[in-house]
Design a protein around this ligand. Structure first.
Ligand code: PMV
Length: 320
């Protein structure tokens, strides 16, 4: 055991396939190099976990931990590692995150992944990536019900992840260095659950028509996978634009999201689309590394928050 351990984990963004994935189509998500960090120390008092967050304040959790506390997920992640190590030591866990919360970027999963890794390293517990991901998932389940598992997977493994509900995940072999991700916030809050219900209701009202859109989306994701593996980012961008059109057809776009998408394309993005649930939240643009600043500048004129970042081929990592 050491006296202090640190780890960090990246955010996620869905590149193609959101919504369609709910009905069994594949999707691809990438790790975005905006990170959550966790730092773990031992405390003298057994069975107590003190959590502090730069964003959310601090709290102490013992046997009677309150699951409604915003800090509870951090506690749950640390607790999952202690349980795995069959230990009941006292811990202090500090977290901070550069990932905007509630924006579909997997901020809670990244915090959970970083917390699991920092705590395991503090306890001298050598976990495989699979174990880190599944302990972080356990903490997510406590808080979010039954998430798909994509957020903790992307945050743990990094890179580009192809997935289909109920099946495993495939980490794609890809050289992601030539491109950058630019995310722009619409400033409009949205509820993923509501958007999913809205789309499913449309699907059931127009089954025969909408099923064709789902077919197209499934083929599009396969073509996108192929483009990523070949490093053909022009084709990937074009497919992302088509994906945006399909999402608009499902009714999850709006005037603000369209404004952001068109601003990114006009500034030279390879492709731009809604990412995640839509109705608000973020737009994602893919750009050549050389063009990304220009795309970010154009988006900053119409968005209150723009994030320019590489795709992180590295997932969770120790921070010395
Ligand atoms: O809003 P986000 O990024 O958490 O993504 C939601 C993705 C959906 O496909 C719309 C829902 C889901 O559970 O996959």
């Amino acid at each position: 055991m050491t006296s202090l351990s640190r780890a960090s984990a990246p955010a996620k963004a869905i590149l193609v396939g959101e919504h369609f994935v709910v009905a069994g189509c594949p999707a691809i998500a990438v790790a975005v190099d905006v990170r959550a960090r966790a730092e773990a120390r031992l405390l003298a008092e057994e069975g107590v976990v003190e959590v502090s967050s730069r964003e959310l304040g601090s709290g102490t959790f013992g046997a009677q931990a309150d699951p409604r506390s915003p800090l509870y997920p951090v506690y749950a992640a640390a607790r999952a590692v202690l349980a795995r190590a069959h230990l009941n030591l006292g811990l202090e866990v500090r977290v901070e995150s550069d990932i905007p919360p509630g924006a579909g970027m997997g901020s809670s999963a990244a915090v959970a992944v970083a917390t699991v890794a920092a705590t395991a390293s503090l306890l001298g517990l050598r976990l495989s990536l699979e174990e880190v991901s599944s302990l972080a998932y356990e903490a997510e389940v406590v808080v979010h019900g039954r998430p798909s598992g994509i957020d903790n997977t992307v945050s743990t493994y990094g890179g580009a992840i192809y997935y289909r509900r109920g099946e495993g995940f495939v980490r794609l072999e890809a050289d992601l260095e030539p491109v950058r991700i630019v995310l722009a916030d619409s400033g409009i809050p949205r509820s993923t659950g509501e958007m999913v219900s809205k789309v499913l209701a449309l699907k059931s009202r127009h089954q025969g028509v909408v099923d064709r859109i789902y077919d197209a989306a499934a083929r599009l994701v396969e073509a996108a996978r192929d483009a990523i593996e070949r490093g053909d980012y022009e084709t990937l961008g074009e497919l992302m634009n088509i994906n945006h059109g399909l999402l608009s057809a499902l009714g999850v776009s709006n005037a603000k999201l369209e404004e952001l998408v068109y601003a990114a394309r006009a500034a030279g993005a390879l492709g731009a689309k809604i990412t995640g649930a839509g109705g608000g939240g973020m737009v994602l643009a893919l750009a050549w590394k050389e063009d990304a600043e220009e795309v970010a500048r154009a988006l900053a004129k119409v968005s209150g928050r723009v994030i320019l970042a590489p795709i992180s081929s590295e997932g969770v990592r120790g921070e010395g």
